[in-house]
Each structure stands twice: as C-alpha cells, then as structure tokens.
Design a protein around this ligand. Structure first.
Ligand code: ADP
Ligand code: MG
Length: 408
C-alpha cells in the first residue's frame, strides 16, 4: 500500500489530505505525481472521478514558495470547475502558508485583482485570465507551472486560441501539465508546439464492476418516458442523473418529469455558467434528487453520491457511456446504470461492449402505465397515451438477455 507520505509529500500537506479522506493515491495520482514533482511536461489522461485535481494540485502545493508571486497557473474550462479546483487547493493548503486566487468572468474584477496580488496559485477560465493579462493585473513572468485541466473540454469549447495566447505570455521554461479524459488532435498539437520531452500517462477506464451494476431495458421510443417514470418510482433511488444526448431531449424530459410531479432540474451546455453552477450546487447539497443532463455539461464536475444513472438515450461515442456511468458507484458506494434501449440505440450500445470489457443485463419486462409526453409548443403528442389506459410495455425481445461479454 502506498501512501502520500511515501511520495515524499510535506507532512502539512499529507495531513490536510488525510483530513479530506485522501490517504492512498489513485492509479493516475501514483503514476503522475512523481513525474510532475520531477519537473516533467506531462499529459495525463484518465476518467472522470479518478482524482486528477490532486495530480497537479499536490505537486503545485508542494513546490510553490510563499509570498513569491504567482508561480502556478491552472486553466479550467468552466467557472464551476475553476471553483471546484480552487476549493480543493484551499482545503489541501490549510496547514501551509499558501493562497489560491480564482478568476472567472461574469463577476467584478476588482476583488480578483486583489486576490491575485496575494496568491501563489491562480485558477481561472481562459476568457477572464486573458482579460487580466490585457489589463496587466496578472503577471505571468514567474509562472513555473502551467496546468491545463480538462484540456479536451477547453478545446471542445473553442478556447484553443485563448489558451495559446496565455501560454505565449508565460515564460518559455515553465513546466506544462495537461490533464483530460480524452486526447484529441488539438491536444497533440499543443503537445508538439509547446511542450518538451513530454511524458504521457494514460490509465485504463476503470468501471468498478463489483459495485456498478449495468442494466438495460428494451423499449419502444414512444414508451421511453413512461418507462423512465415507472423505474424512477419503482427503484429505491437516492440521487439520480438522467442523461440525454441532445439538449432538446434534456429540456423535454425535464419538463415532462416535472409534469409528473417529479422535481427534477436540468443542466445543459446552452445554460449560462451561473445557472449550471447553481443547479450542480443544489444537487450536491441534496436539494434536488433528479438531474436531467447532457453529458458535455456535466463533464469534469464532481457530482457526489449518485445512486442511479439513467441513459435516456445513447451517444454515438462509446467512451461517453463510460463517462456517464462513471458518475455513480464512486468512493466505494454501489450504483446502478440503466439504459433505456430503443431500436436506434442498439448499434451504439453494441459498440460500447465490443470496445470495453463490461456487460449489461436486461431488466425483466413488466407492465407500466403509459404517460403523456409533451413534446413542446406544437403539440405533436398524438402518440401520447391516456394516463388511465394502462397497457403492457411492449418488447421485441425476451427476458434474460445481456449485452457485453457474453453476447458480443
Ligand atoms: P477528476 O478530476 O479525475 O474527475 P477529481 O479530482 O475531481 O477527479 O476527484 C474526484 C473525487 O475524488 C473528489 O471528491 C476528490 O476529493 C476525491 N479524491 C481524489 N483523490 C482521492 C484519493 N486518493 N482518495 C480518496 N478520494 C480522492
Ligand atoms: Mg477534474
């Protein structure tokens, strides 16, 4: 068993980590922390929830010197993530004399200027960081550690030029540390253009097979919503995330759940950051139990204690499924992932199990009441069923099937 002390972490830092229940490094931490401490430019790839914040957070807190200006810069794609990172750094540095400033748009700039002036580490979103650079309220001349967290997400959100501008404003000999859940060609480009003697560490996606149970239910598209409500009522759920691949579906499902008296809220990429952050906060604080989400909007966020993940539909990207189901069965808790599989999802579902060594079992067929599903303004709900008319959920397949190892 390895502990953080064995990685030669300062006792003050190890103690603060211990206070947070962080005693044994995760796989990616074990592999990357020594490399970052050794000054390597690094690309670290591992799944959401594997503890990437500490991979750069611990070495930064270990290395920066108190009262010597901003030496570490961390770029994050969203304000929520920036807040999350700085929150962790603050907790971990409580026995150290180090300060972290946080910088993001949509709020006053003056308090940020003051915070930057007295901090050794700055965490921020690219847009506002550029703002500070342009106003010369952030001086990057002493930056030794340049971190890009969720680099793939930042690229996806169109921040590549901002990132390059900020990178160019920092000293040439700074160490660049890049983390993400996937590697894209843009990340390769950043790697080639800005980084030196790069070490790439990638951990396999770890689905905790013993704790995370995966199920699917074969259902016709027009009965999906009814089945979802039925399962939500039947399953003993705590906190639930319902993933949909399109924003319009997120909106519709959320609206219809509320129609059914299920107090859900939603998160998707077109919402303002402020709104998204509020929703995540409410979810993490247990004020809402049902979150309807698009995967992109919830990527990289630390969403806590999820008992059930529902896939209302699937994305074409097999890795997306892994990211989604990885939201549950974390920190030793068990969890369930249930996919509502209609004919158009079959190919995507099959692709997941041919790529990953995991499997899903078919849930037993059962009757469920058919509910109305409002599809918005131009009520196209001729397919909607009368709530009182209960009919049996139709199925094309029998029972006891399973996707994954055994069949594909
Ligand atoms: P990622 O960035 O890979 O998605 P995070 O850094 O957000 O993951 O970490 C996810 C959660 O796991 C956080 O709540 C964090 O405090 C916790 N955590 C991180 N490292 C450890 C560890 N070694 N032991 C226990 N919990 C950890
Ligand atoms: Mg992270």
């Amino acid at each position: 068993m390895t502990s953080f002390e064995e990685l030669k972490i300062k006792p003050e830092l190890a103690r603060a980590l211990k206070d947070e229940g962080i005693v044994e490094p995760t796989a990616i931490q074990y592999r990357t922390i020594p490399l970052v401490l050794a000054g390597k430019d690094l690309v670290g790839i591992s799944e959401t929830g594997s503890g990437k914040t500490a991979c750069f957070g611990i070495p930064l807190l270990e290395k920066v010197q108190p009262k010597k200006g901003v030496q570490g810069l961390i770029l994050a794609p969203t304000r929520e993530l920036a807040i999350q990172i700085s929150g962790e750094l603050k907790k971990w540095s409580k026995y150290l004399n180090l300060k972290t400033a946080i910088v993001f748009g949509g709020v006053g700039i003056e308090p940020q200027i003051r915070a930057i002036a007295e901090s050794e580490i700055v965490v921020g979103t690219p847009g506002r960081l550029l703002d500070h650079l342009n106003r010369r309220t952030l001086n990057l001349s002493k930056i030794n550690y340049f971190v890009l967290d969720e680099a793939d997400k930042m690229v996806e959100m169109g921040f590549i030029e901002d990132i390059e501008r900020i990178l160019s404003a920092s000293p040439r000999n700074r160490q660049i540390i890049l983390f993400g859940a996937t590697i894209s060609s843009e990340i390769d480009y950043l790697k080639k253009k800005y980084m030196h003697d790069v070490v790439v560490e990638e951990t396999e996606v770890q689905v905790k097979k013993d704790l995370l149970k995966q199920y699917y239910y074969d259902v016709q598209t027009h009965e999906k919503f009814s089945l979802l409500v039925h399962l939500l009522k039947k399953e003993k759920t705590g906190r639930v995330i319902i993933f949909c691949s399109k924003r319009s579906t997120v909106e519709l499902v959320n609206q219809n759940l509320r129609e059914q008296g299920i107090k859900s809220e939603m998160i998707h990429g077109k919402m303002t950051q402020n709104k998204r952050m509020t929703v995540i906060e409410r979810f993490n604080k247990g004020k809402i139990d049902y979150l309807v989400a698009s995967a992109v909007a919830s990527r990289g966020l630390d969403i806590k204690d999820v008992t059930h993940v529902f896939n209302y539909d699937l994305s074409q990207d097999p890795q997306e499924y892994i990211h989604r189901i990885g939201r549950t069965a974390r920190a030793g808790e068990s969890g369930k992932a249930i996919t509502l599989l209609s004919s158009q999802d079959h190919d995507a579902f099959r692709a997941i199990f041919s790529r990953y060594d995991i499997g899903a079992e078919e849930l037993p067929r059962e009757d469920f009441p058919k509910l109305k599903f409002q599809t918005g303004m131009q009520s196209r709900n001729s397919r909607g069923f009368d709530r009182r008319r209960e009919s049996r959920g139709s199925s094309r397949r029998g029972n006891g099937n399973s996707f994954g190892r055994r069949r594909y």
